[in-house]
Design a protein around this ligand. Structure first.
Ligand SMILES: [Zn+2]
Length: 178
């Protein structure tokens, strides 16, 4: 799968007074800008959206990884060698997933974290594909595939959340939060 850099832009819809919690997102799908109405950084309501609908609002690589469970090529993801300070959100729905201070320099080829931002940010599912038994990590809000978790991470959790950059979206901390 090609590693296409997503060119989505954020757009706050509404007046900013009445709809400030309904931040939606423009995602580029087949060269067209499409509003993702399920995207929110503040709404934690669980989403049950069929893939046929997601396909209309998510771009190619994001759809392939988050909805079809594909894996980006090792060492190609934009967050693999990246140490910006901030938070990582689900690229499909905007759910907060990881803090940069839980990210560590793994050599596995994908961005790795030792814990999620909140226990319920992610959910776990047994994955027996490719003749392996692994634990799949999915978004706790929209059920997007994010990656897998392994027991060979650093202290304090010894976990390695091995994530696809394509499924994540990084938001740097504002200067006042540093
Ligand atoms: Zn999500």
């Amino acid at each position: 799968m090609k590693n296409i850099i997503k060119t989505a832009a954020l757009l706050i819809l509404g007046s900013g007074f009445f709809y400030s919690t309904n931040a939606q997102k423009i995602q580029v799908v087949n060269g067209k800008s499409i509003v993702n109405p399920y995207y929110s950084r503040t709404n934690t309501q669980i989403l049950k959206i069929p893939n046929s609908t997601w396909k209309k609002v998510l771009g190619g690589d994001l759809y392939s990884v988050s909805r079809l469970g594909e894996t980006e090529e090792a060492f190609t993801g934009k967050y693999n060698q990246f140490d910006g300070k901030g938070n990582y959100f689900c690229g499909a729905c905007g759910n907060a997933l990881f803090r940069s201070d839980a990210k560590f320099g793994s050599t596995c080829g994908w961005p790795s974290f030792f814990e999620p931002i909140r226990p319920k940010s992610v959910i776990y599912k047994k994955d027996e594909s490719y003749n392996m038994v692994r634990t799949e990590v999915k978004c706790g809000r929209c059920d997007a595939h994010l990656g897998h978790v392994f027991d060979d991470g650093p202290k304090p959790t010894r976990k390695r959340f091995c994530m696809n950059s394509i499924a994540l979206e990084f938001e740097p901390l504002k200067k006042s939060q540093n």
